[in-house]
Design a protein around this ligand. Structure first.
Ligand code: PXL
Length: 277
């Protein structure tokens, strides 16, 4: 069985980070090892959340795994709690590389132009350094701008602006930046990526649903990782992730009993699995 290690927080309620990465990647038929970076009572969009920092456990977990000789087909990181955690994640990239380990960084730290509670501009710049050590980085447009120290261009920035951000991320050493959650020229909703080695842009759009929610970036990155480790190409994995995330948003939009803090990712897992073939 293929093996993925994913490093991000546990938000006990909120359907984000590990509570979506673990079920989605497992549903893709992949053994999923987890490194919890923190335990929060809810994600940070709620008021009054608790936060138990687990930085002190990250190095002992790494060292035990090294002794056991574990390696992974992919290492995928999401929400990280501090600059120290970013540094520790870099050591995971080195320690568990089997020679073809694919490194996915979702710099989950901002939305709508604003950093999540607890992060500052310096954290965003450090996150750009982690993206530069990955094979693919999956920021939304807020995160891309913040990593470059640039002003937020808005959710519906023209494609040219998104492409300019992608090139600038590549100039900072990011091999394959992909900006997710963008509106394309034809009004569809998806991603634009830039493969620096090939000097080539790629993009894909799916139905735009007028519903915004938390955790969709985490669902996207998890579904991408599951598809890629199943042998799909980068483009197909990005597109499957876009279609699955759109299905989750659509399902939630049509649900009269929906919660306002997350999407119904569970109900669309059969669709995701069907796309993996
Ligand atoms: O969905 C990203 C995310 C992950 N982890 C925590 C968060 C958020 C978004 O708000 O607060 C703790």
């Amino acid at each position: 069985m293929k093996k993925v290690a994913t490093i991000q927080d546990i938000s006990c309620i909120g359907k984000c980070s590990l509570t979506v990465a673990l079920p989605i990647i497992s549903a893709a038929g992949i053994e999923t090892a987890i490194v919890p970076t923190a335990v929060l009572s809810t994600h940070t969009q709620f008021k009054g959340f608790t936060f138990r920092d687990l930085t002190d456990d990250m190095e002992p977990i790494r060292d035990h795994w090294i002794k056991e000789g574990f390696k992974f087909d992919a290492i995928y990181t999401g929400y990280l709690g501090s600059i120290k955690q970013i540094e520790i994640v870099k050591s995971y990239f080195k320690a568990f590389d089997n020679g073809s380990t694919f490194k996915v960084v979702d710099p989950a730290m901002a939305d709508n132009g604003n950093l999540y509670v607890g992060f500052d501009k310096n954290f965003a710049l450090e996150m750009a350094g982690l993206c530069a050590e990955a094979d693919i980085a999956l920021p939304n447009i807020s995160e891309a701008a913040l990593m470059l120290g640039e002003d937020y261009p808005g959710e519906d920035a023209p494609e040219e602006v998104t492409k300019d951000l992608l090139k600038k991320l590549a100039d900072k050493g990011v091999k394959f930046p992909v900006i997710t959650g963008v509106t394309l020229k034809d009004g569809s909703f998806g991603f634009i990526g830039y493969d620096a080695a090939k000097d080539e842009f790629i993009s894909y759009g799916t139905e735009k649903i007028p519903h915004k929610s938390h955790g969709t970036g985490d669902i996207y990155a998890s579904a991408f990782t599951g598809a890629l480790v199943n042998g799909k190409s980068i483009f197909d994995s990005l597109s499957i992730a876009a279609d699955y995330t759109a299905a989750c948003i659509r399902n939630t939009y049509n649900d009269p009993d929906k919660v306002d803090y997350a999407v119904n990712f569970e109900l669309e897992l059969p669709y995701y699995i069907s796309r993996l073939g």
